[in-house]
Design a protein around this ligand. Structure first.
Ligand code: IPD
Ligand code: CA
Ligand code: CA
Ligand code: CA
Length: 269
């Protein structure tokens, strides 16, 4: 009998578990006003039962199917792999939006093989949108192929800028000032993963955030690369500590990198 392809088997499980986990997240969102909001590091870094239950569900399903696989999730940390595969999950990316009743949140799941991202899924349950990418096989939105934005330069396109309390505010405001001065415009999604997915499907020209974690961005970066875009080499950094994230349409890359470099020069001057 033929052995099932290990990657294909995992992709099937990923889609199934995301369906189930997306429905669970939506059921919590429908009664979000009744959820207790817990503070992590600050009032801008919060969590609720929804984040924890969604992560537990995904861990149970994936652990049941592939008990040797590694797992990194925002709420329950890192379990090392006994196989070559590891999963990286943000159960709810955009928790702050979620807990304020705003629909800018999603589930983000990446699959790594020997330290390299081989698949990425971002599910936006409110919009009914599943973004999926497999390395070398392209990226899709609800099954239809997607490409990054080829129409707009920095002056006509939108750049999503992520902000958080982990870096000095100037790292964000300095970039935004330069972007505006160059004739560009920013949005803040409140969900880094969703911002990256929107770069992959051509709605945004670029996403930049001075610091982000692996669970926020690995799936989105895989999507952007598979949709013909450019990303920084996030995987080369420390996957637990996180680092800067940049994903964009290739023709805006040089301009975005110049704005980031100028902001960094100012910060270290
Ligand atoms: C956050 C969101 C936010 C980004 C932060 C992340 P969380 O993740 O993606 O947009 O700016 O860096 O920490 O806490 O909502 O999962
Ligand atoms: Ca969080
Ligand atoms: Ca996140
Ligand atoms: Ca999260």
């Amino acid at each position: 009998m033929n052995q099932p392809d290990p990657l294909a088997a995992r992709l099937v499980v990923a889609r199934g578990v995301l369906d189930e986990a997306g429905a669970l997240a939506l059921s919590y969102f429908a009664r979000v006003a009744s959820l207790a909001v817990e503070t992590k590091t600050s009032g801008q870094d919060v969590v609720s039962v929804a984040d924890r239950e969604v992560e537990q569900l995904v861990r149970r399903r994936i652990g049941g199917a592939f008990p040797q696989d590694g797992f990194l999730g925002e709420e329950y940390g890192f379990t090392p792999a006994g196989s070559g595969y590891s999963w990286v999950l943000d159960p709810i990316d955009g928790t702050s939006c979620f807990l304020h009743g705003i629909r800018n949140w999603c589930l983000s799941l990446a699959l790594m093989r020997e330290g390299v991202t081989v698949a990425g899924f971002i599910l936006d349950p409110n919009a009914g949108e599943l973004f999926a990418a497999v390395a070398g096989q392209g990226a899709t939105l609800n099954g239809a192929p997607i490409r990054v934005d080829a129409r707009h330069d920095l002056r006509g396109g939108l750049v999503s800028v992520g902000a958080n309390g982990r870096v000095p505010p100037r790292a964000v405001t300095g970039f935004i000032e330069r972007l505006l001065a160059a004739g560009g415009m920013f949005v803040r999604h409140g969900s880094g993963a969703l911002g990256l997915a929107h770069v992959a499907c051509g709605r945004l020209a670029a996403y930049y955030e001075p610091h982000i974690h692996a669970w926020d961005c690995l799936a989105g970066l895989c999507l952007i690369r598979e949709a013909g875009g450019w990303t920084n080499d996030f995987e080369a950094g420390d996957l637990i500590a996180g680092g800067p994230v940049i994903g964009c349409a290739p023709h805006v890359r040089e301009e975005i990198l110049a704005l980031i470099a100028a902001t960094r020069r100012e910060m270290t001057a």
